[in-house]
Design a protein around this ligand. Structure first.
Ligand code: GLC
Length: 651
């Protein structure tokens, strides 16, 4: 859009930059994109920082950052940018299947990732999320999310040389790379924090630092605690500085102050740094927390969204092929906003964690019913066209029961006791439950807690194996496959978690490490057991059963255009409370509709297909089970779905 004020400011900036820098070649695409986005960039920057006395100076620095990073972007990446501009919905394709892993957990380090890539390809994974690799203090690292230096690779993981080789190799294999940018906070040992501690006012302004408790106490009135057991409160007393610092997560993670435009520009520079290193997708960590406002929960504030929009608009100028994942584990009505509101295309993050679906799936596992799952999914607002979910069953974090009390009531349960039931169920303290999870962040007043534990252990495999109970083992495997069957067909990018395709159990070894033993999330961050992984070739083993079934689902998913995410899902309400039923359709070829049915009960269940047929959702003479290619017997139109199983059916 052409607008006089911003246009004349841009002219001034460009004249200034021309004076400062040598003339640059091949800047045509940069200038076209800058021109197209500048009004939006200016407006957002002005809304956030317009009152700042150095507003113009910061605008200049912002444009200079975009230009400098564009100049150092490689020709190869610029070519990918152009390709993705043409095929701008590239990430909605059903061909993408991801896996999240630690490079020192899945392999030994970045170098050792190379010989381990073939396992991913064997499974069908073509998008790899390597968890944080930036330099962190040993011990106080929060699994890599307490960064000491954003532009340095932690020596435990390797060097930039190892990293570059890995990136080149991934590109050859047509595999995408996702990396984290921890935008909300730094380690207390980051250079900025060190300078702040030394009394540098400019760097103290990078954080929220207070002389006494008066302001922190006001903040605390409305701020919830993220880690109530291990890091209670949201402020930490820094002895050497003699001041209080805002630390929403662990006491060694200092929250960045985005009211300061310099912080925004620094972090944008870091985003572009990793974009230029070859990341295809950047996972922006803890984005709900980016803006702090007294009297609020300091989550999901409007300004947090403006910051993300500004990051997006800026990234589109320098590295338009790179897309963002929002890690916002918040209420469903809030998550959806991280795509950007009032838009068609995502104007904040193109991808968002579908934490709602994940938690609801686990609720269905525990209750063996899908009432809450159906209600929760039904209520998720329609998302934008050019935006997609990251669907997952497990990740490196705990499982929180993010659905609302009101939904729990609608589903016929009492909120407090239902939440307690879920905790009891997954910690194995409920009759009949074989789950072996651990409570995380327990609230001593309500008994509510989040849950840690590996997928297999939560699904009952660990205890079934201990009890040497073949039926229970089989039920646990079915549960694992049912959950994968859901995330692979729901619509979005399925993100598997390393170890889950071979049924990795809880790993207690973290208890021997003092820096980890107060954080039970480490129970599901194991070292990959490659000997166990070899069992995937041995028929009759647990590893074989899980790995080969998941592999098959992935390969089928890739062949079904209806599984691409184009807002082409219909949730179907059926009168069996154990079933989760939805259909996926291909907008071009409507006959290729797929009916997905998940039975969360431990007994077989029946579905009468005729109402679906009458309503036109699913026309059939015969039905094909896509997972084995066979035709299905639909006795009297009543289809039997075995216990803890799912079907992907095509008419
Ligand atoms: C994100 C990460 C989590 C970390 C937190 C603080 O939620 O997923 O592991 O503890 O941010 O950085």
């Amino acid at each position: 859009m052409y607008e006089q004020i911003s246009h004349s400011l841009l002219n001034d900036i460009l004249v200034e930059l021309k004076k400062k820098n040598k003339p640059q070649k091949n800047m045509q695409f940069f200038y076209t994109r800058l021109g197209a986005n500048f009004y939006a960039i200016y407006s957002l920057f002005n809304t956030l920082y317009g009152d700042h006395p150095d507003f113009k100076k910061h605008m200049l620095q912002l444009v200079e950052t975009l230009m400098r990073q564009y100049s150092s972007r490689s020709g190869h990446l610029k070519k990918i940018d152009l390709e993705r501009e043409k095929d701008h919905n590239w990430f909605l394709n059903q061909k993408w299947v991801g896996m999240a892993l630690y490079c020192d957990g899945y392999a030994d380090n970045l170098k050792d990732m190379l010989p381990r890539l073939s396992y991913l390809q064997e499974l069908g994974v073509n998008l790899v999320h390597i968890m944080p690799i930036c330099d962190c203090p040993e011990g106080k690292s929060d699994g890599g999310y307490a960064v000491r230096n954003f532009c340095k690779i932690d020596s435990r993981f390797g060097t930039f040389e190892d990293f570059d080789k890995l990136v080149t190799n991934l590109k050859k294999r047509d595999m995408l790379l996702t990396l984290d940018v921890v935008v909300n906070h730094t380690s207390d040992q980051h250079e900025w924090a060190v300078k702040a501690r030394e009394g540098d006012k400019a760097y103290q302004d990078y954080y929220f630092i207070f002389d006494d408790r008066s302001i922190p106490d006001i903040y605390e009135e409305s701020m919830p605690e993220v880690f109530p057991e291990t890091a209670p409160g949201n402020f930490t007393w820094d002895e050497s500085m003699g001041k209080w610092v805002m630390t929403v997560f662990n006491n060694y993670q200092w929250d960045l102050n985005y009211r300061n435009p310099s912080v925004f520009i620094e972090m944008l520079n870091i985003i572009l740094f990793w974009a230029n290193r070859g990341a295809d997708i950047l996972r922006l960590d803890a984005v709900a927390f980016l803006w702090k406002k007294m009297g609020s929960s300091c989550q999901n504030e409007r300004e947090a969204h403006l910051i993300l929009q500004l990051m997006k608009d800026c990234c589109q100028v320098t590295a338009p092929g790179v897309i963002f994942i929002a890690e916002a584990i918040v209420a469903p009505t809030e998550i959806i906003k991280y795509f950007g509101e009032d838009a068609i295309n995502a104007k904040e993050c193109e991808i968002a964690y579908n934490a709602t679906f994940m938690a609801l799936l686990w609720d269905a596992v525990a209750t063996k019913k899908t009432i809450l799952l159906n209600k929760g999914i039904h209520d998720i607002p329609q998302k934008l066209e050019r935006a997609t979910w990251l669907n997952y069953v497990r990740c490196h974090d705990d499982i929180g029961w993010g659905f609302s009390d009101a939904d729990i009531v609608t589903a016929g349960y009492e909120p407090l006791s239902h939440r307690r039931f879920l905790v009891d169920y997954f910690t194995g303290n409920y009759e009949g439950s074989l789950a072996a999870g651990l409570a995380f962040g327990r609230n001593s007043e309500t008994g509510d807690a989040r849950i840690s534990g590996s997928l297999a252990s939560l699904a009952g495999l660990e205890r079934a194996l201990k009890n040497n109970d073949p039926d229970a083992i089989s039920m646990a495997i079915k549960t694992i496959l049912l959950l994968h069957g859901m995330i692979l067909s729901f619509g979005g990018i399925p993100m598997l978690y390393y170890g889950d395709a071979i049924g990795t159990l809880n790993d207690d070894s973290y208890l021997n490490d003092e820096s980890k033993n107060n954080d039970s999330r480490w129970v599901h961050r194991p070292k990959m057991d490659w000997e166990k992984a070899m069992q995937r070739t041995q028929p009759g083993t647990v590893e074989y059963s899980i790995f080969n079934a998941v592999k098959k689902m992935i390969s089928i998913r890739k062949e079904i255009p209806a599984f691409a995410d184009r807002n082409n899902r219909e949730l179907l309400s059926v009168d069996n409370p154990h079933l989760f039923v939805f259909s996926r359709f291909d907008q071009i070829n409507s006959s290729s509709r797929v009916l997905i049915i998940g039975n969360f009960d431990a007994e077989p269940q029946f579905l009468n297909l005729s109402p679906l047929q009458r309503m036109g959702f699913f026309q059939y003479d015969s039905i094909k089970n896509l997972c084995n290619g066979e035709s299905m017997p639909a006795i009297n139109e009543n289809l039997m779905i075995p216990a803890r199983s799912f079907y992907w059916l095509q008419a």
